[in-house]
Design a protein around this ligand. Structure first.
Ligand code: ADP
Length: 325
């Protein structure tokens, strides 16, 4: 209903009376009035004049489904979106509702106060500045293939940014960089048994319109935002929809056979690591090696002194020799 009222307001160039809205939707005028007040609370600027009705002056920069829908062309990703003003973590909420939720359900919040990176690390998620969302997925694939979903998420972000004229690269396996600094992290979590997945939660956190002051000093050497790098404000609604659209396209292909297929080429082209000497950190152990390629399973091929090894994303952190990258 909320969505319908908003659409009516958006479609009317002039004032529209409460009576007309209530007739169209078969609800009382009091109900219309209640919704209008709720919109105002959310930051919609609505002018109301007695006997003329309501007119939408401006929409706030927020990400409820009603705002993203017009850019969305997916079949199932994001069609059930649970929107929050503030939340501890979108991944946590997605896990809570995953078993009863349809595949493609999205949890999105304006801020996270307990946002998480890999290995329980903190993910800062300031209010109204980023895209903090998690997608519930239920593919029938083996648990060993789950890390590929992260790669598909990464490609979706890179391609969505490209559609909006922004160049980015992937730091295998789960970070997206602009000008060598991190603007996005992906955290994929799974619940299932040895040979069966109940669900996957793919969390995507993107620093969209953060300013310098929003980035803690100890992260400044490796973290940035799209706005800082591009020097302009980015439309979060369009970017959110763009990512969901792109993700669905690649994900549908992936579900057919559980293989990455053609997107391996995009992963290779977008990789910031190929050809670089890096530190590979696994549970406290650090080794140096040269990244040769990404193989067809999305694993990192690294040449160590002892020979070539395929590294799968598991619990590995990759760093440049003497810095983040
Ligand atoms: P990595 O892949 O770099 O090992 P994670 O993917 O686990 O790290 O992400 C968590 C780390 O990212 C944190 O420990 C912190 O250093 C950094 N970080 C936290 N919030 C942000 C953010 N909004 N943007 C970029 N980096 C962040």
């Amino acid at each position: 209903m909320k969505n319908k009222i908003l659409n009516i307001l958006k479609e009317s160039d002039d004032f529209i009376s409460g009576q007309k809205i209530s007739d169209k939707l078969n609800i009382t005028r009091a109900a219309v009035w209640k919704y209008i007040n709720a919109f105002k609370e959310e930051g919609y600027e609505i002018e109301s004049i007695s006997r003329r009705g309501y007119k939408l002056i401006s929409s706030p920069d927020i990400l409820p489904y009603e705002e993203i829908e017009k850019y969305l062309n997916t079949d199932f990703i994001g069609r059930d979106t649970r929107y929050f003003d503030s939340i501890d973590s979108t991944n946590k909420k997605a896990k809570e509702l995953a078993l009863d939720a349809k595949e493609g359900t999205v949890v999105i919040s304006e801020e996270q106060i307990g946002g998480k990176g890999r290995l329980g690390r903190t993910w800062i998620s300031p209010k109204n500045k980023g895209i903090w969302m998690s997608i519930v997925l239920k593919p029938s694939i083996e648990p060993s293939k789950v890390s590929k979903v992260t790669q598909i998420g990464a490609i979706a972000v890179v391609k969505a940014l490209e559609n909006m004229g922004i160049k980015s690269q992937i730091k295998w396996p789960n970070d997206i960089l602009v000008n060598g600094k991190k603007i996005c992290g992906i955290l994929t979590e799974m619940s299932g048994e040895l040979n069966m997945i109940d669900y996957i939660i793919m969390g995507i956190g993107i620093n969209v319109n953060l300013d310098e002051k929003d980035i803690p000093n100890d992260l400044k050497h490796k973290a940035t935002s799209i706005k800082i790098e591009e020097g302009k404000y980015i439309d979060r609604k369009k970017l959110t929809a763009n990512i969901l659209n792109t993700f669905e396209k690649y994900y549908i292909d992936f579900k057919k056979d559980g293989e990455l297929g053609e997107i391996i080429d995009i992963l290779r082209e977008s990789s910031i690591l190929i050809g670089k000497t890096v530190r590979i950190i696994t549970r406290g152990e650090t080794r140096f090696g040269k990244v040769i390629d990404i193989n067809k399973d999305g694993e990192l091929q690294v040449e160590f002194e002892t020979g070539i090894e395929n590294i799968y994303s598991g619990e590995v952190s990759v760093r440049g020799i003497d810095g983040y990258i």
